[in-house]
Design a protein. Structure first.
Length: 356
């Protein structure tokens, strides 16, 4: 925790942080997009779970997990893969991610990878598929993920100005270091929960990471959801991350304990996240089952690009209590609402409760 003391009074952790973030966002803009057109979409959950299980068993880094799943999503979106080869593809993507993110001594051999699958394949199969995946990505797989951005944004998740505004200490945290740890651990947990949600895989990594910080702060009593410091550090106003924050709180983490603050809502009609222009690509289907699996897939593997115009929202957001298993549209009378920057401001709202 000593490292946090370095950043309390500094706008950035180093003099190069602005340049680093700018470069990462430039690389992010050149990422290949994930599309909802894979014929094997219904098997994505099990493939992702395989990667998660192996990474947990081998204690791989969070960045390795996210890069492996991104490579898997993009490769699946552009290829028709036999069901019996999906596990091979998943672990080959993990193999490549390990080469990028892990120390050399931690990179598993093809024989070791094959052992995770009960030696169903040959080590040569992993090598051949590795080359095929690299050629598909044009050998450019050093790609920033949401984990990359969260590592940077976490350094600004809670600073001295935030601590000065919290009185008395909340959530059982009697020191700033403990509160920083709590917020960063919560944001990390939220980010991990996004891996099994396909529609969150199309959100820009930097936006998703910023949304995780906002969601973690929203779940922390008496801490504003957003701040000027976070706007400066992430490059996002709260109005830009509001929709993503809602998705994280009510879809990625539906069972998470809610803070006493009200749930994020807006006094004006919401635009969809894609309409706001913050998604890489959005491919919609008509039906989606309970597990979040898209049932109507496009059989063609061709890629098409779409762009959305972006407009700033001047909504006033409020935070609310429980979300339960069934969604309720509730506007609670509250003395506290959130401005576009996530700051708490006094305002009264009328009671209106409608159950779907």
């Amino acid at each position: 925790m000593d490292r946090w003391n370095t950043f309390f009074n500094a706008p950035y952790c180093t003099e190069y942080d602005e340049d680093i973030l700018e470069t990462l966002k430039e690389c992010e803009s050149r990422r290949m997009n994930v599309h909802f057109i894979s014929p094997q979409l219904e098997h994505r959950r099990s493939s992702v779970q395989l990667i998660l299980n192996v990474c947990k068993q081998q204690s791989y880094r969070r960045a390795t997990v996210h890069l492996a799943i991104y490579l898997l999503d993009v490769f699946m979106s552009n290829h028709t893969i036999a069901v019996g080869r999906l596990k091979l593809v998943a672990l080959t993507c993990l193999y490549l991610a390990c080469k990028i993110e892990e120390n050399d001594s931690s990179v598993p051999s093809p024989t070791r990878l094959n052992g995770f699958l009960a030696n169903v394949y040959r080590p040569a199969d992993f090598i051949a598929l590795e080359v095929a995946i690299l050629c598909f990505f044009d050998w450019h797989i050093t790609i920033p993920t949401a984990s990359t951005f969260l590592d940077i944004f976490a350094m600004h998740s809670f600073v001295q100005q935030d601590w000065d505004a919290v009185s008395p200490p909340c959530n059982g945290c009697d020191s700033m270091a403990l509160l920083v740890q709590h917020i960063n651990e919560t944001s990390s947990t939220i980010l991990e929960a996004t891996l099994q949600h396909l529609k969150l895989s199309i959100v820009k990594p930097s936006l998703l990471a910023a949304g995780c910080i906002a969601a973690a702060r929203c779940l922390t009593p008496r801490v504003s959801v957003w701040s000027d410091r976070l706007t400066s550090a992430t490059g996002y106003e709260y109005s830009q991350i509001h929709e993503v924050c809602q998705m994280l709180l009510f879809e990625a983490m539906p069972q998470s304990p809610r803070s006493s603050r009200s749930s994020l809502s807006s006094s004006t009609p919401k635009r969809s996240t894609s309409d706001a222009g913050y998604l890489s690509e959005w491919w919609e289907s008509e039906n989606e089952d309970e597990n979040g699996t898209i049932s109507s897939c496009v059989s063609s593997n061709s890629s098409s690009s779409s762009s959305s115009s972006s407009q700033d929202s001047s909504d006033t957001q409020s935070c609310s209590g429980s979300a339960g298993s069934t969604y309720r549209t509730t506007c609670l009378r509250s003395e506290l609402v959130l401005s576009d920057t996530g700051e708490s401001v006094p305002k009264k709202r009328k009671m209106a409760d409608t159950e779907k």
